[in-house]
Design a protein around this ligand. Structure first.
Ligand SMILES: Cc1cc2nc3c(=O)[nH]c(=O)nc-3n(C[C@H](O)[C@H](O)[C@H](O)COP(=O)(O)O)c2cc1C
Length: 171
């Protein structure tokens, strides 16, 4: 795993979000939780490289996103899809799903939220902005179909303060 400058990171962003998915982990070295995420974005905001993730308030991970200042977003090789499915369909409230997933947590380089030995891409992030989605601002009526329970996501922008990745992610 190499340290990568955000400006040289090579990602097929849409493909990553829709087919590879990511694992969002929030907390610190002792207390953390993780969940699979499939919606979000990356770019530059306020002159800083960012990843933006959206978390519904009912998720256990939401409590960690609120309480702790940092999070990580990790991508894994295809063979870990089963682990990501488990982490995206069960709650850390009900079981030690990270242990059950078989993934190995490791210390991150720049933030307290942990990352994973098996990851091929690790984005270390510092929360910089959050906002609740406001349905009054939905301009496309299709969006509402995602919220039959009115559990609108909270949006988090995290500054990417460190990237470790496999060489194939270097542009
Ligand atoms: C492919 C996939 C993508 C997902 N994307 C999101 C997402 O972007 N935001 C979200 O709030 N939940 C998303 N989920 C659902 C959470 O991962 C799921 O509810 C998880 O069990 C929450 O775990 P927790 O209660 O331990 O936080 C996704 C699930 C899957 C399988």
């Amino acid at each position: 795993m190499k340290n990568i400058d955000p400006r040289t990171l090579k990602l097929n962003v849409t493909d990553m979000w829709t087919t590879t998915w990511f694992l969002l982990t929030a907390g610190d070295r002792q207390n953390f939780n993780a969940m699979t995420i499939g919606w979000g974005s990356m770019g530059v905001m306020w002159n800083k490289p960012f990843i933006q993730v959206v978390v519904r308030p009912g998720r256990y991970t939401f409590e960690y996103m609120e309480k702790y200042p940092t999070f990580t977003v990790c991508a894994f090789p295809k063979q870990y899809r089963k682990a990501l499915t488990l982490l995206g369909t069960t709650s850390g409230r009900d079981s030690d799903k990270i242990e059950e997933s078989g993934l190995t947590t490791i210390e991150s380089k720049k933030v307290d939220a942990p990352s994973y030995k098996e990851a091929e891409l690790i984005l270390e992030c510092k929360k910089m902005y959050r906002q609740d989605m406001n349905p009054e601002h939905f301009l496309d009526s299709d969006i509402m179909k995602n919220y039959p329970n009115q559990d609108f996501h909270r949006i988090y922008f995290g500054e990417i303060v460190g990237i470790s990745a496999d060489e194939r992610f270097i542009g």
